[in-house]
Design a binder for this molecule. Structure first.
Ligand SMILES: Cc1cc2nc3c(=O)[nH]c(=O)nc-3n(C[C@H](O)[C@H](O)[C@H](O)COP(=O)(O)OP(=O)(O)OC[C@H]3O[C@@H](n4cnc5c(N)ncnc54)[C@H](O)[C@@H]3O)c2cc1C
Ligand SMILES: NC(=O)c1ccc[n+]([C@@H]2O[C@H](COP(=O)([O-])OP(=O)(O)OC[C@H]3O[C@@H](n4cnc5c(N)ncnc54)[C@H](O)[C@@H]3O)[C@@H](O)[C@H]2O)c1
Length: 475
C-alpha cells in the first residue's frame, strides 16, 4: 500500500498551498483531485473565471473610458458569449499549466479520483474508469471546498436556469437576467451583466446588500448601480420558478413575478463532504456540509486530520484559503506558525469594485469605540481626472483616542489593489500620522489616502494646534 507523510484531498487554493508547503519541508505529499484538472473551484468555476469575465467585459465594453467618451462608447459593438469565452479559456489554461508545473517541480504527486475515508489513516481513491486504490497517510488535509446550493424546487436546466458553475459556460448572452441571491457571487455577476447592458433584476430576501461592508460604501454602490438601471428587489424571497414559454419567471413571496431570458441562482453554497465517508474517520459535517476546526491550527476533532478552505465556512475566500493551507501544512509538519493577523482584506469584484479591511463604522458603534472618519472622492485626485472617473470613494476610520487606523473602505476603480496600503498600516499598528507624514506618488489614486487622512486630521486636531504644527514644520 502506498504511504505518504501528507495526503491533501482537493487541489483548490488551500489544498495546493498546503501541498507545496509540506513538500518544501521535505515531506512526501499526494494531492487527490476528483476533477479532470487541478485548480479547484477557484480556477475552474469560481474566482478566476468570474474575474476573467469581468475583465473581458470591462475591456470590450470600454467601461473604463465612458467617463470621457460618454455612455454610448463601446470598444466592440456586438459583444457575444464567444467573445467572453475566448479569453476565459486562455486564462484557465494558463492557470492550470502554472499549477501543474508548481506541483511537478516541488515533487507533489497528483492522483485523479474521488477520495473517501476507509479509516482515520486510510483513503480510497476511485478513478473515473472504476478502478480504486487505497493509500495510507500520517496526516490528512481535507480541502474539498463547496459546490453551489441547488434546492430541489429550482428547475435548473443548464441553459436558462443556471447556477454559478454553469454561468461560466455561457452559450448565448441573454438580453435580461434575474439574479437570485444578493451575496457576493450574486452581486458580482449582477453588476458584470449590467455593465454589458443586459437588463438585470437582483432578488434578495434581506433588506440590504453586503451587510459586512460599511453602510456608507454600500449606499454609494447601490446608488451607482440604480443609476445604471440595475433593478433591486430587496426584502423579497424567491419561492418558486415557473416558465412562460421558454422564459423563466421567478415567483416572489407575495406573488410578484420577475420574468427574464435567464435566471442565475446564487443563494449560497454547501460543503462538498457528502462523498468523503466521514463517519469512517470519526468526523461529521454540519447541515451545510461544513467541518469544524481549531481556528489556530485547522485541526479537526481528529488531531491528525485538518480541514481548510471553504469547507470550514467563513470567510470562504481564495485569499484566506491559501493562508489556511499554509498554516495547516506547517502545523502538520511539526513547524507551527503564529495565527494569521486579525484583519484580512475583502475584495468584491463587482462593477465598481469594493474592498475593505478592518472595522466599519457599524462595528465601532457596536463596540462603543470613539472614532473619526476621513473621506476622499476619486474625482478629487488628479489621477481620477486623468482617468475620467466620476465615482470612487475611499474612507478611513481612526481611533479618536490613539489616532490608530481602524478600518479602510474603498469603492471604485482599483479598490482591491489600493486596500493593501491600508491593510499594511492597520496590521502594523500605524496611525493617522503615517498618511500625514509620508509623500505619495502623484498623480495616483493612492493619493486618496493622503486626502482622506487630511480630512480626518482637520477634524481630529484642534485648529490652533494644527496651525502651530504647520508653522514649526515650515523651514
Ligand atoms: C463565483 C465565485 C467567485 C469567487 N470569487 C472570489 C474572489 O474574487 N476572491 C476570493 O478570494 N475568493 C473568491 N471565491 C471563493 C474561492 O473560490 C474559494 O474561497 C476557494 O476556491 C476555496 O478554496 P478551497 O481550497 O476550499 O478549494 P476549492 O477551490 O473549493 O476546490 C476544492 C477541490 O476539491 C475537489 N474535491 C472535492 N471533493 C473531493 C473528493 N472527495 N476527492 C477528491 N477531490 C475532491 C474538487 O473537485 C475541487 O477541485 C469565489 C467563489 C465563487 C464560487
Ligand atoms: N470576491 C470574493 O471574494 C468572492 C466572490 C464570490 C464568492 N465569494 C465567496 O463565496 C461564498 C458564497 O457566496 P454566495 O454569494 O453564493 O453565498 P452567500 O451565502 O454569501 O449569499 C447568498 C445570498 O442568497 C440569499 N438568498 C437565500 N435564499 C434566497 C431566496 N430564496 N431568494 C433570494 N435570495 C436568497 C441570501 O440572503 C444571501 O444574501 C461567499 O461566502 C463568499 O465569501 C467571494
Amino acid at each position: 500500500m502506498m504511504r505518504y507523510d501528507l495526503v491533501v484531498i482537493g487541489s483548490g487554493p488551500s489544498g495546493r498551498r498546503a501541498a507545496v508547503q509540506a513538500a518544501k519541508l521535505g515531506k512526501s505529499v499526494l494531492v487527490i483531485e476528483k476533477g479532470r484538472r487541478v485548480g479547484g473551484v477557484s480556477v475552474h468555476t469560481g474566482t478566476i473565471p468570474s474575474k476573467t469575465l469581468r475583465e473581458t467585459v470591462l475591456n470590450l465594453t470600454g467601461w473604463r473610458e465612458r467617463g470621457f467618451y460618454g455612455l454610448a462608447y463601446r470598444v466592440k459593438k456586438d459583444i457575444e458569449a464567444g467573445d467572453l469565452m475566448a479569453r476565459l479559456h486562455k486564462t484557465l489554461e494558463h492557470e492550470v499549466e502554472t499549477l501543474d508545473h508548481q506541483f511537478a517541480r516541488n515533487r507533489v504527486e497528483v492522483m485523479r479520483g474521488l477520495a473517501s475515508f476507509v479509516d482515520p489513516h486510510r483513503i480510497e481513491v476511485q478513478a473515473e474508469a472504476g478502478e480504486s486504490r487505497t493509500l495510507e497517510a500520517d496526516r490528512i488535509i481535507i480541502a474539498v471546498g463547496t459546490r453551489p446550493l441547488r434546492p430541489s424546487h429550482i428547475p435548473f436546466n443548464g441553459d436558462t436556469v443556471v447556477d454559478s458553475d454553469e454561468i461560466v459556460e455561457l452559450k448565448t448572452l441573454p438580453r435580461s437576467i434575474t439574479v437570485v441571491g444578493g451575496g457576493v457571487i450574486g452581486v458580482e455577476y449582477a453588476t458584470i451583466f449590467s455593465a454589458l447592458d443586459v437588463r438585470v433584476t437582483l432578488v434578495e430576501p434581506r433588506n440590504g446588500l453586503l451587510d459586512f461592508v460599511d453602510r456608507e460604501l454600500v449606499d454609494d454602490f447601490v446608488h451607482q448601480l440604480r443609476d445604471h438601471g440595475l433593478n433591486f428587489r430587496l426584502g423579497s424571497k424567491v419561492e418558486t420558478i415557473q416558465f412562460e414559454g421558454e422564459q423563466p419567471v421567478a415567483i416572489l413571496e407575495g406573488g410578484r413575478r420577475v420574468r427574464s431570458e435567464m435566471l442565475l441562482f446564487t443563494a449560497g453554497r454547501v460543503g462538498a463532504t457528502d462523498t468523503l465517508n466521514l463517519a469512517a474517520c470519526g468526523l461529521a459535517a454540519d447541515t451545510r456540509g461544513r467541518l469544524e476546526v481549531n481556528q489556530q491550527t485547522f485541526q479537526t476533532a481528529v488531531p491528525h486530520i485538518y480541514a481548510t478552505g471553504d469547507v470550514i465556512g467563513f470567510p470562504s475566500l481564495a485569499s484566506t484559503s491559501l493562508e489556511q493551507g499554509r498554516i495547516a501544512a506547517c502545523h502538520a509538519c511539526g513547524q507551527p506558525l503564529p495565527p494569521a493577523p486579525a484583519f484580512f482584506p475583502y475584495g468584491i469584484y463587482s462593477v465598481p469594485e469594493i474592498s475593505t479591511v478592518g472595522m466599519s463604522e457599524e462595528d465601532l458603534r457596536k463596540a462603543g469605540t470613539p472614532y473619526e472618519c476621513g473621506i476622499a472622492r476619486f474625482r478629487e485626485t488628479s489621477r481620477g481626472h486623468i482617468m475620467g472617473l466620476n465615482g470612487g470613494l475611499l474612507k478611513m476610520i481612526f481611533s479618536m483616542e490613539t489616532r490608530r487606523l481602524l478600518g479602510v473602505h474603498i469603492v471604485g476603480e482599483g479598490a482591491t489593489e489600493l486596500v493593501h496600503i491600508g491593510q499594511a498600516v492597520l496590521n502594523l499598528g500605524g496611525t493617522l500620522d503615517y498618511f500625514i507624514d509620508n509623500t505619495f506618488n502623484y498623480p495616483t489614486l493612492a493619493e486618496a489616502y493622503k486626502i482622506a487622512a487630511l480630512d480626518a486630521w482637520n477634524r481630529l486636531t484642534p485648529r490652533s494646534e494644527a496651525v502651530a504644527e504647520v508653522t514649526v514644520a515650515t523651514p
